[in-house]
Design a binder for this molecule. Structure first.
Ligand SMILES: C[S@@+](CC[C@H](N)C(=O)[O-])C[C@H]1O[C@@H](n2cnc3c(N)ncnc32)[C@H](O)[C@@H]1O
Length: 251
């Protein structure tokens, strides 16, 4: 019997205008699968921490299939306990990134990825006689919405004209047999990623804010430079990244 997903007629073209303006033609699922079956790529899809960045993500044809494969691998290798599955599945999810120019496609990509994550997690929860947890789902949403950027890969700018920013979710206690995982988030601009720039763990690109000097005695000194305070992400359980916890550091 045919895979039901393949028996559904796929919409690979939305309009002639969109093809002309944005080269928008979606890749059929059958072709995506064939391409991901190439030896090196197939292996990377089975690897917990291998990262993927899709520069013209569309509705997520490639990212969704890679996520499907990673979720199956997690079920097989880390599915003995629900807590372990929750932690490793979030880490696998955090390795997938995309950029998409058009708002509707970017939103659809986020939704499609979340649906894959939710369906796989719900099935695992059922098999373990458990329930899906809001903190896990909220963390999944936060990760996906940060990893899929609406913007232009060529200019490296997002739709609001600011640099595209991605977060690295660096596991900090990844030991064999560990049931829970802690991560520290660090933000990079797309430019910094492509230039392979190094950054201090936890550094944030969005939260570098200048605040006025609050010292009572300095307040009369017109020459005083505003003191820069920066916020830095702290190490947290991966199931709690949705809280986006940060601490202040002196700049
Ligand atoms: C040929 S489609 C492929 C979509 C998806 N990768 C797939 O295989 O189904 C190209 C996509 O790239 C997007 N796009 C075009 N120019 C872009 C740019 N400069 N930066 C990011 N995305 C872009 C289009 O909106 C479109 O969704």
């Amino acid at each position: 019997m045919k895979d039901t997903s393949e028996s559904v007629i796929e919409k690979i073209i939305k309009s002639k205008k969109r093809i002309q303006n944005h080269g928008e033609v979606f890749t059929p699922r059958r072709i995506v699968k064939k391409m991901l079956d190439m030896p090196n790529i197939r292996d990377a899809c089975q690897n917990l921490t291998s990262t993927f960045l899709e520069p013209a993500a569309g509705e997520g044809a490639f990212l969704v299939e890679i996520l499907n494969r990673k979720m199956k691998m997690i079920e097989k290798n880390y599915g003995d306990e629900l807590t372990r599955y929750e932690n490793y599945s979030l880490l696998a999810l955090s390795t997938l990134y995309g950029v998409e120019l058009l708002e509707d496609n970017a939103q659809r990509c986020v939704m499609n990825m979340y649906q894959v994550y939710y369906d796989a997690y719900q099935q695992q929860a059922r098999e373990h006689d458990g329930k899906v947890k809001n903190k896990v789902l909220d963390s999944a949403k936060l990760i996906i919405s940060n990893n899929i950027a609406q913007g232009n890969f060529l200019t490296k700018l997002s739709s609001n004209g600011n640099p595209i920013i991605f977060s690295e979710w660096q596991p900090i206690n990844l030991r064999k047999n560990a049931k829970t995982i802690k991560v520290q988030r660090t933000e990079f601009t797309l430019e910094e990623i492509l230039n392979e720039e190094e950054k201090e763990c936890g550094e944030s690109s969005k939260h570098a804010v200048k605040i006025e000097q609050l010292d009572l005695f300095d307040s009369y000194d017109d020459e005083a430079e505003p003191k820069e305070k920066r916020l830095k992400y702290v190490p947290v359980k991966i199931t709690e990244v949705y809280k986006e916890e940060m601490e202040e550091v002196d700049g």
